[in-house]
Design a protein around this ligand. Structure first.
Ligand code: ZN
Length: 331
């Protein structure tokens, strides 16, 4: 009855973290110090029911071999703060999905579900580049732009679970159309996709290329350098907004593009240009996030260990870690 007052992590057990992305599912076992073991990544094979079945299979694969205290799942979409259902994860075709409930029934153990940007920010706050600071603002710049906020040492989810969705900060009035239905969202100007789109607009059309190709070329090609500077400046513009909102000592940049030192250098130059030192405005200091692609796995697991989810009262009262015995393998 009182199991909520006893954090699962006090069992000293490892927790299974699963980070379900739009294209890949990362997973691993996480101990109470945030260390990972058995990290794996697999490609998402489908959407809807198919993606759900794949998440179940990944979890079962671990639980059949390793006892864990709980399961934490990060998803690319909003999670309702009260019902804990996945409000919408468009990349996976999930809407109003009670993922935690389904996994609990399937696996027989405590399951916590959280937005992936929030989970990654929580991981950096607890074990990464945000450790020791009460305010962690993580901006993940990969193909898209994702964010997560830890404010006053607590994960900020907002009233509807969309509290950290800063990729949809409307920065350019009447700008580019965004998947959210609005125009001019930050993500449309400051992401790997934006970098590739800008390069295409400037005549890069010969062969398929990635944001990294443009970054590679920027050292010698003035057009590529200009494109990277434009995207870095757009990122810097949004970062100054976050600086004013949250007064974070530093803002962490994650993701393949965000942690690339070449890009980071241009973002810093952009910040110096558009936001010179001022006595009345918080200085924006950016730093690379520390946990890389494992951040979502670690954060999801640690939130599950901390009993972040109100539905954690399904933790087994006897404190026995969940483990799928051979008799349960084919339920
Ligand atoms: Zn948007």
């Amino acid at each position: 009855m009182q199991q909520l007052s006893v954090p699962v992590a006090t069992m000293g057990e490892r927790v299974l973290g699963i980070d379900v992305g739009g294209t890949k599912i990362a997973s691993g076992l996480v101990d109470p110090a945030g260390r990972t073991e058995q990290l794996h990544r697999v490609r998402v094979e489908g959407r809807g029911e198919q993606a759900l079945a794949q998440v179940v299979a990944v979890a079962r694969g671990y639980l059949e071999r390793h006892p864990v205290a709980a399961v934490g799942v990060a998803v690319p979409g909003g999670v309702d703060p009260v019902s804990r259902t996945v409000v919408a994860a468009p990349n996976l075709g999930w809407t109003g999905l009670d993922l935690a409930g389904l996994l609990r029934a399937e696996l027989g153990c405590a399951v916590t579900v959280e937005n992936d940007g929030n989970a990654a920010a929580w991981a950096e706050h607890r074990f990464g580049a945000g450790a020791g600071s009460a305010t962690t603002v993580l901006v993940t710049v990969g193909t898209g732009l994702g964010c997560g906020l830890v404010l006053g040492g607590r994960l900020h989810t907002g009233d509807r679970g969309l509290g950290g969705e800063l990729g949809h900060l409307l920065l350019v009035p009447d700008g580019r159309a965004c998947v959210c239905g609005s125009r001019g969202c930050w993500e449309q100007y400051a992401s790997g996709s934006a970098l590739a789109a800008e390069a295409r607009d400037r005549g890069w059309s010969a062969a398929p290329f990635t944001a990294e190709d443009v970054l590679d070329a920027a050292a010698a090609d003035p057009v590529a350098a200009e494109v990277v500077d434009r995207v870095a400046s757009r990122l810097a513009h949004g970062l100054t907004v976050l600086g004013a909102c949250f007064d974070a000592g530093r803002i962490l940049l994650g993701g393949g593009l965000g942690t690339d030192p070449r890009f980071l250098g241009r973002v810093r130059a952009g910040l110096e240009r558009i936001a010179p030192p001022s006595a009345v405005r918080t200085p924006v200091v950016v730093e690379a996030a520390a946990l890389g692609v494992a951040a979502g796995v670690i954060g999801a697991a640690d939130l599950a260990a901390a009993g972040f989810d109100r539905n954690v009262d399904t933790v087994r009262a006897d404190g026995v870690p969940c483990h799928i015995s051979s008799s349960r393998k084919q339920s």
